[in-house]
Design a protein around this ligand. Structure first.
Ligand code: HEC
Length: 181
């Protein structure tokens, strides 16, 4: 057999044919089965969504609306709350001075971050617009969520009745209060 002058050529030929066969079958299989890549994973294992979902389902996002409660809310109750919860940082009197926070006379319905002489955070200044009842409701629910980076270090009122009475009180601190909703 080694006498065959083409012996090594034959071996090399056989190997070549074998390689070709492997390539062709691979190619054919690919054509037949179309293994296409998924654009997105078939299912996502995310601890984040799994943990967040039940909470999101249980509690509505954002604060409960306050508008419908304002007319009936009690100014005196709001005044008491304000003294206890805001008084360390805010004055409410006309022409009153700033403390840790700006004076809040005439704040309801007026422009945000505009009390003279107070150095507001960029966070509050950037929000812009007026202090509408609905904005105050959100801000007093969770100040740091409404104005991310605000200097106002207050946790907020979770109870909608607390927010209603405090807004009603703030509303009374003006010569010309805007109409109640
Ligand atoms: C620990 C101090 C502190 C407490 C307590 C606090 N505030 Fe403030 N408040 C601030 C500061 C500081 C600012 C300015 C925020 C900024 O510039 O980001 C502010 C801003 C505000 C503004 C916006 C004023 C404007 O001119 O745009 C309102 C409204 C407000 N506070 C209401 C309240 C009410 C109502 C309470 C009580 C429930 C309260 N704050 C409790 C410190 C406080």
């Amino acid at each position: 057999m080694f006498g065959d002058p083409l012996f090594f050529n034959k071996i090399a030929g056989a190997i070549l044919v074998a390689c070709l066969l492997v390539m062709v079958t691979g190619f054919a299989a690919h054509l037949l089965y179309h293994p296409s890549e998924l654009k997105e994973p078939a299912f996502v294992i995310s601890t984040e969504t799994a943990a967040a979902a039940p909470v999101a389902a249980a509690a509505p996002i954002g604060p409960e609306p306050v508008l419908a409660m304002l007319a009936a809310a009690d100014v005196a109750t709001g005044a008491k709350l304000a003294k206890k919860k805001c008084g360390a940082c805010h004055g409410f009197a006309k022409g009153g001075k700033k403390k840790v926070g700006p004076n809040l006379w005439n704040v309801v319905g007026g422009p945000k971050a505009k009390s003279a002489g107070f150095a507001y955070s960029a966070a509050l200044k950037e929000i812009g617009g007026n202090w509408a009842f609905a904005d105050l409701n959100k801000f007093l629910f969770k100040p740091k969520a409404f104005a991310k980076g605000t200097k106002m270090n207050f946790r907020g009122f979770k109870k909608v009745t607390d927010r209603a009475s405090i807004i009603r009180f703030l509303h009374s601190k003006s010569d010309l209060p805007i109409p109640l909703p």
